[in-house]
Design a protein around this ligand. Structure first.
Ligand SMILES: O=C(O)c1ccccc1N[C@@H]1O[C@H](COP(=O)(O)O)[C@@H](O)[C@H]1O
Length: 228
């Protein structure tokens, strides 16, 4: 089965069109003012209209309160909400129920202990996103362009499905393919010429690398609309 490919931190039409033309299943927008990829709600809503139903729009927020989520859901109408902060399993469930949207929960992985926390989100998150830990000194909980040691994930229980992120790019994506449990890939910095600046040629290079490794996403097709 082809993997889902989430191109994240998208801010401009050319980059979105390039990603969609190559079969991105998800387009991610960042709501986090400290990020170079942050979008105000109005800009996000306009780009959401551009995407339409061609991919699943995912809005990424970090420990958002209900007021922010209210605005995002009302104005952007995302297909998915991604929680990328310290949200507890209880908060994930609350967000799902209150906003009637599937929730992707990001879990930062840097140690065996982090891998152990993944199971606590399985009963509540519609999808897990396993990302690298924030490097020391970074203001961002994600989108740092760094990978983690994927071998740590070998300790996950059999059947644990997840989207992988953290420092993916055309050069290393081949190594992510075929790992047990990976159902999707989430990429942001690896498509950029500078923080927050997507580069169409890097987008094509990323999808070329996927194709060269035998993973050809089908434009307009999403493998998994709901869970996992
Ligand atoms: O991208 C950001 O700026 C960001 C800000 C706040 C929370 C999450 C963020 N990004 C997420 O991190 C992954 C991995 O990014 P990268 O490929 O390592 O740069 C990204 O796809 C977003 O889901």
């Amino acid at each position: 089965m082809a993997l889902d490919i989430k191109t994240c931190g998208m801010k401009d039409e050319a980059a979105i069109e390039a990603a969609l033309s190559r079969g991105a299943s998800h387009v991610g927008f960042i709501s986090f003012p400290r990020s170079p990829r942050h979008l105000e709600i109005e800009a996000m809503a306009a780009l959401r209209r551009l995407v339409g139903s061609r991919a699943l729009v995912t809005v990424v927020a970090v420990d958002p309160d209900d007021a922010l989520l209210d605005k995002i859901v009302a104005s952007v109408s995302p297909d998915w909400l991604q929680l990328h902060g310290h949200e507890t399993p209880e908060r994930v469930l609350e967000v799902k129920q209150r906003f009637s949207r599937p929730v992707m929960k990001a879990v930062s992985i840097g140690s065996a202990e982090d891998v152990g926390r993944v199971a606590t989100y399985l009963p509540v998150a519609d999808r897990l996103l396993l990302d690298a830990k924030r490097p020391k000194g970074s203001a961002l909980p994600g989108g740092n362009g760094v990978s983690f040691d994927w071998r740590l994930l070998d300790a996950l229980d059999d059947g644990t499905l997840y989207m992988l992120s953290g420092g993916l790019d055309a050069g290393n994506v081949g190594g992510a393919l075929g790992r047990r449990g990976v159902t999707g890939l989430d990429v942001s910095s690896g498509l950029e010429s500078a923080p927050g600046v997507k580069d169409v040629s890097l987008i094509h290079r990323f999808f070329d690398a996927l194709e060269a490794a035998g993973q050809a996403p089908a434009p307009g097709k999403t493998q998994e609309r709901k869970a996992s």
